[in-house]
Design a protein around this ligand. Structure first.
Ligand code: HEM
Length: 320
């Protein structure tokens, strides 16, 4: 079971959530660090100015390099950043990149019960139904991208529960861990898209990784190796996952289209001596919808721990 202690303090990537920069704020401003030095240097004011410009550029480059280093996985795209944070939150016996100490018994020593596993499946179904409902009726347009990805699980879970019923088992009502998480997701999806996307990623991707390992282990122990629908996907899983990774990266990153529009705007202003307000408006709208600021990305990454906590509570039902 994953632990919920905070991520290493040596990682300065979790800053407090900030509001988006107001429109029109310059991207980088380098104020003169020491105005008094301007006229007193050898070589006169222009040489001083040149030196200072070089210093500012060197500083800015160093700062940019440092910023790059601060976000592991950044070069490969935002999903890689989310993955990096998630992997560290595993315990060492769960995944080799895990950094947490194990709290309960390792999975190999789990003693699951059918009743506990049913509680886990019922609560998981509620969580997946909630996610699928959220993207079906999106509070933010970005969510609509994640309809019909092929990763949806609620229908397959419904089939599995039907199978258990046919075997004579009573299907329980959803319990507190599932209800709490489903309510949290619903609320988050309406007010905090970056945090919501973090849960979306972790829930679907955890299930295809550790979730499948768990399903196999439990099936060996209590289901005579029966493979549930929950662990089957239509077609190859890997392209489905890659498709969702690409969409997640597109939601979080500035897209080429945006750069193209900005270039076109500049060309129009210079060559045609015409500034089309609606064109600028379109660019700004795209900018708003398609890219997250560093603060928003960090806010999303920060939410990973909560995702592990909520999902961990549901996983623990298997042993209840
Ligand atoms: C007993 C519990 C768990 C086990 C045994 C487990 C195990 C694993 C393993 C073996 C991987 C693959 C590592 C790799 O690619 O080399 C993985 C990936 C991952 N896990 Fe877990 N995990 C568990 C719980 C969780 C939980 C609670 C979450 C979050 C809700 C989570 C989120 C993820 C994510 C996001 C990945 C990356 C998947 C990818 O890159 O495709 N895991 N896990």
């Amino acid at each position: 079971m994953s632990s919920v202690t905070p991520i290493s303090q040596s990682q300065p990537l979790f800053t407090k959530t900030q509001l988006r920069k107001p429109p029109g704020t310059p991207i980088m401003v380098f104020p003169n660090p020491n105005p008094a030095a301007k006229s007193s240097s050898v070589g006169g004011p222009s040489a001083t100015k040149a030196k200072m410009n070089t210093a500012v550029v060197v500083k800015a480059t160093a700062a940019a390099t440092a910023a790059k280093k601060r976000y592991p996985g950044e070069a490969k795209g935002f999903v890689e950043e989310m993955r990096f944070v998630a992997m560290k939150l595993h315990t060492r016996d769960q995944a080799k990149e895990g950094e947490k100490e194990a709290e309960g018994p390792p999975m190999a020593k789990w003693e699951p019960s059918v009743d506990g596993y049913l509680r886990f499946l019922v609560d998981s179904k509620l969580v997946f139904e909630t996610l699928e409902g959220i993207v079906e009726r999106p509070a933010f347009p970005e969510y609509a991208e994640f309809r019909n990805t092929g990763l949806e699980r609620s229908e397959s879970l419904a089939k599995d529960l039907e199978w258990f019923k046919e075997q004579g088992h009573t299907i329980p009502e959803p319990s507190s861990p599932g209800v709490t998480y489903a309510n949290y997701l619903q609320e988050l999806s309406e007010k905090d898209p970056q945090a919501f996307i973090c849960h979306f990623y972790n829930i679907y991707f955890a299930h295809t990784a550790g979730g499948r390992m768990i399903g196999k282990k439990v099936a060996e122990k209590i289901l005579n190796k029966k493979e549930l629908e929950f662990y089957k996907w239509n077609g190859e899983l890997s392209p489905l996952l890659q498709n969702v990774r690409d969409k997640l990266n597109r939601v979080a990153e500035v897209v080429l289209l945006l750069l193209l529009l900005i270039t076109l705007n500049v060309l129009m202003s210079f060559c045609v001596h015409l500034c089309c307000p609606s064109f600028w408006f379109l660019t700004k709208t795209l900018c708003f919808h398609q890219s997250w600021t560093r603060e928003e990305k960090n806010h999303c990454l920060e939410e990973t721990e909560k995702s592990f906590k909520f999902s961990g509570d549901i996983l623990r039902l298997i042993l209840s």
